[in-house]
Design a protein around this ligand. Structure first.
Ligand code: KIV
Ligand code: ZN
Length: 404
């Protein structure tokens, strides 16, 4: 693969590689993300986020698991009824009742997908399912046929794929493809794999699944070893053309692969990967902030791409370099990911108007009464601190103590 041209180190939307086989972004913030402790959302919050994800340019939005609860069903049904550009997807076990419920929840979608999953690894076959290999294949094929009778777009996920025998994985993927699945997802359910291993698996699957040329291979990586984004990128490098991820990397245990990091890695290192997503990168920061606000979970300052320090340059040497040429210490521009241009420095002399503007840029729209409360807390904080950072403002907007 090509190396990036070192004389043009910063990527902008104008530098994007023109490709037709784009990487489809499958966002599961509302399903795998939302089910993690501390990140649950009520229905109106889910609807709000779903619209933001559509604005962001996400190809497929996994809106929930309709069989899980009446509220999940209602959220998926409402999202399916309201969105018109992104495909709306519902998760389903390989059970007839689940499949029918999911199809009903998706009835009003302009573009719908049923996402079936079934464990394939020896550990899961024996201890979770109590099924033989043949039973797993038969169950998956039957489920795909049922789902295809109700929906044109069916994805099959081989849960714990990265701990499954390669030849069995190729066998079950060949069978479900034959039965009508379009997308074949190989999840690293427990975040166990490495970039080299995942790349080998995807290359092997593309060579060994019958009818592979008709399939979209998909990666779904968890972050237990902090490798979810690296593994997703390795899978893309080996031919995966769908990546499953979440805003801010939220998700089960240590989380899922972070959407914003994958998108920007593909874009900043465009010549290296030579494939791109259709994400509007300028919506990354506002969408990240919206999720923080909806869940009440602030981001670590040093979070890649969207953290408050991601574009801060404190050290004298770095600042000196930046003044001469921004590319010395900056591989992407803050505005490329939608960090607000004004970045007003707020301090004890700032007024209500500046505070409101900054809060709005961060995705908060308090009414006048609430703004008054935040403004009073802001003034008290400004007396104690020289500079007020975005994280402080978010804490105040969320009614928290910024010093905690
Ligand atoms: O991690 C996983 O295996 C999943 C599947 C349901 C795709 O989330
Ligand atoms: Zn998962």
């Amino acid at each position: 693969m090509n190396q990036q041209n070192p004389t043009s180190p910063r990527a902008t939307d104008d530098d994007r590689v023109a490709v037709d086989d784009h990487v489809r972004v499958f966002d599961t913030t509302l399903r795998d993300g939302e089910q993690a402790p501390g990140f649950s959302m009520n229905r109106s919050q889910k609807i709000r986020l779903a619209h933001a994800l559509e604005e962001l340019g996400v190809d497929v939005i996994e809106a929930g698991f309709p069989q899980a609860s009446p509220d999940d069903f209602a959220a998926v049904a409402q999202i399916a009824g309201e969105l018109r550009r992104s495909t709306v997807c519902g998760l389903s076990r390989c059970l007839p009742g689940d499949i029918e419920t999911t199809a009903r929840a998706l009835e009003k979608a302009k573009s719908a997908r049923i996402h079936l999953f079934l464990s394939t690894s020896p550990l899961h076959r024996e201890h979770k399912l109590g099924m033989s290999k043949q039973q797993v294949i038969d169950t998956a094929v039957d489920a795909v046929r049922r789902a295809r009778a109700l929906c044109d777009d069916v994805e099959f996920s081989a849960e714990d794929a990265l701990r499954t025998e390669h030849d069995f994985l190729a066998e079950i993927f060949s069978a479900v493809l034959d039965a009508g699945a379009v997308t074949l997802n190989a999840p690293d359910t427990v975040g166990y794999t490495t970039p080299t291993e995942v790349a080998e698996l995807f290359a092997w699957l593309r060579a060994n699944v019958r009818g592979a040329e008709r399939a979209v291979f998909s990666a779904h990586c968890h972050d237990d070893l902090g490798l979810a984004v690296a593994n997703s990128l390795a899978a893309i490098g080996a031919g995966a053309r769908q990546v499953e991820c979440t805003i801010n990397g939220i998700g089960e245990r240590a989380g899922n692969a972070a959407l914003e990091e994958i998108v920007m890695a593909l874009r900043v290192r465009a010549p290296h990967y030579a494939v791109d997503t259709r994400i509007d990168a300028r919506r990354l920061y506002p969408t990240s902030r919206l999720l923080s606000r909806l869940t009440g979970q602030a981001l670590p300052r040093n979070k890649a791409v969207v953290g408050e320090n991601a574009f801060a340059h404190e050290s004298g040497i770095h600042q000196h370099g930046m003044l001469k040429h921004r590319g010395t210490y900056e591989i992407m521009r803050a505005e490329d990911v939608g960090v607000p241009p004004s970045r007003l420095v707020l301090g004890k002399h700032s007024g209500r108007h500046a505070l409101r503007q900054r809060l709005e840029e961060l995705g908060y729209t308090p009414d006048e009464d609430r703004l008054g409360v935040i403004f009073d807390a802001f003034k008290q904080l400004a007396d104690r601190k020289r500079e007020i950072h975005d994280g402080d403002l978010e804490a105040l907007a969320l009614g928290r103590d910024p010093d905690q």
